[in-house]
Design a protein around this ligand. Sequence first.
Ligand code: BES
Ligand code: MN
Ligand code: MN
Length: 455
Amino acid sequence: MISEQLEKNKERYLEELLELLKIPSVSADPEYTQAMIEAASFIESKLRDAGADNVSIFETDGYPIVYGEKLIDASKPTVLVYGHYDVQPPDPIELWESPPFDPVIKDEKIYARGACDDKGQLYMHIKAFEIMMSNNALPCNVKFMFEGEEEVGSEHLEEFVKEHTGMLNSDVVLISDSSMIANDTPSITTGLRGLSYVEVTVTGPNRDLHSGVYGGAVANPVNILCKMIASLHDENGKVTVKGFYDPVADVSQDERSRMAKAPFNLEKYMNELGIDDVHGESGFSTLERTSIRPTLDVNGIWGGYTGEGAKTVLPSKAHAKISMRLVPDQSSKEITELFAKHFKNLAPPYVKVEVRDMHGGEPAVTPTDSVSYKAASRAMETTFGKVPIPLRNGGSIPIVEMFERILKIKTVLMGFGLDSDAIHSPNEHFGLFNYYKGIETIPYFFKYYAEMSED
Ligand code: BES
Ligand code: MN
Ligand code: MN
């Protein structure tokens, strides 16, 4: 019945998503504030059309949160669906083969900023809900909460969740904002990394200097910053920040050997990225390095003259944005503090160093022995014809830990994207297969979850 419904309405489901993708809801840039509001109200009206009750937009000190619900029976369990309607900035725009906010379908994929992360995956839930409603087949209660600040650290979300514990109270959270291994190898995400994000500034002389007149006698902050950054990893690829690994919880041999069995083609991985070899912490596989191990990366570095041609200058300041991906039981606040202390200690006396805390998020692991995991597994097995593999992902979704800490609710991460979908990169895309598969699978999750909760 689901697949019939899907077949009949495919075109419309796609058209609607394309409309949403045209709205440039970039949360990082205040230029796009109007688009953020437009995206929120688009979702509000689609949620209402699909049959949700009490649909409303909640203002926050940041961007609004869209909420809606369908409560059919207090004796039935309640699923809280979360997603985010904000997207990453499209830059570098010149590398897009088609405009980021003018979606096109090419090779059975939707190309647009947010196609996969997370508008495409968010919208699957609205359409799956619409199908269940129109078939009179919603088997339990559902609540929807869609935020607009995920890509900038979900800064105002904690307060919102704390102020609306009653409204949000549910039995499980369902999120589609992660990836699976491959279209023929479904997986369920069982963990996410946390994040500490800082901006560092190294200051030398009080103004930019002539690099001939002063060069050699005054420390160059860009040179110094590079040296400091280079020292943040040792020859084994380990992060040298003191105490960085102390809280890291051991991952069971069982989980590691399960990961080792997950299909992963290193050759293909390298080819797709145009690299001749991978690089990381020794003693760990690529899959482990991107999921169960913490990292430190420079996201951007600047200072001095970067314009056309050559200008001889000894810059006054150098800057870098540095992120650390965290794993259980590292805490974002603690790691940021450890980093700040370590980095300031690295500074030689001839420069000043500042470390500014940007934002963070806590790591999370989700259970594989819960009713909700089993329901997700059965749902994917039904539609993919294969039992999904449990696997941790490397990205971060701060709300997962918040829901667990504040509301005491566990999450199921049933994502339908692929790592190769180029999220946050130019030419982000989402397979039509994935979009429709998501819409088809979600109602089965509700069905099995409601049934299995009764036993
Ligand atoms: N959807 C991603 C996170 C993700 C990607 C999880 C792939 C699993 C697989 C999310 O939108 C994201 O990009 N999060 C940010 C978090 C941050 C800004 C606090 C991230 O991971 O960089
Ligand atoms: Mn996302
Ligand atoms: Mn993202």
